[in-house]
Design a protein around this ligand. Sequence first.
Ligand code: ATP
Ligand code: MG
Length: 244
Amino acid sequence: MANELAALCKELRLGDLRKLAAQVRFQNETQYLTDVLKLVAINRDTQRVERLIRQAKFPVVKTFDRYKFHPITWPKGFDKEQLMSLDFIESKQNILCLGAVGTGKTLMATALGVKACSLGKKVRFYRVADLAAELTEKHRSGDLVKMLKQLQKLDLLILDEVGYIPCDKLASQLLFNVISNSYEQQSVIVTSNLQFGRWNEMFGDDRLTVALIDRLVHRAHILSFSGPSLRYEEAMLAEQTINE
Ligand SMILES: Nc1ncnc2c1ncn2[C@@H]1O[C@H](COP(=O)(O)OP(=O)(O)OP(=O)(O)O)[C@@H](O)[C@H]1O
Ligand SMILES: [Mg+2]
């Protein structure tokens, strides 16, 4: 009997129904079934969000808990509330986090991505160098089209650390392809500590760099991060706490 129940729960994707049902007090049939099914629905949502977060492949899952917004200069007509509403994903706009080292660009991109997952959005986080390597690999193995299709299914693509490591010609072209495909189709969050004027150092081709920046910047909100590294500040605080 228990096996049959487990098999039915699996088939109907009800989760561990016995465990959920044990949390509900019986008053009458309708109330009991409604409350158990409510728990099934909540459980399903939680699992979906967990799956989306796993699939996004964040290096570390982080949230806005204790996030300091003071390093950010906001562009005209766009503020913290608008950013946090994630409306930019709905309207397929981009967020560019540019500026100083250790000021929370990657943390911002991650926390926005996690929040998007919690709203049921499909997200994928890449360090740009890793994406370039994967695209090159798929190009060689003949699986590039499949990978590009998968990327196009995303609601939000996060490209971290643009400009840190130079790309070869093929990788630059493949990255350009990804950005081109995303244009007005999906949102992209980019982090970089290089000014646009120096992005050609990464992509090695002035024309391609200009075309790539043009696509990214159109319909984008550019957040400038400045000030001393909070990474350093945090490490100093941790050291102080240990020494106390
Ligand atoms: N604005 C912030 N609020 C809270 N903590 C921060 C902030 N900025 C940085 N930190 C702390 O420093 C760490 C590094 O931040 P993060 O990786 O986001 O910096 P970054 O701007 O991406 O730097 P880089 O240009 O070197 O990639 C964070 O994990 C966090 O512990
Ligand atoms: Mg970073």
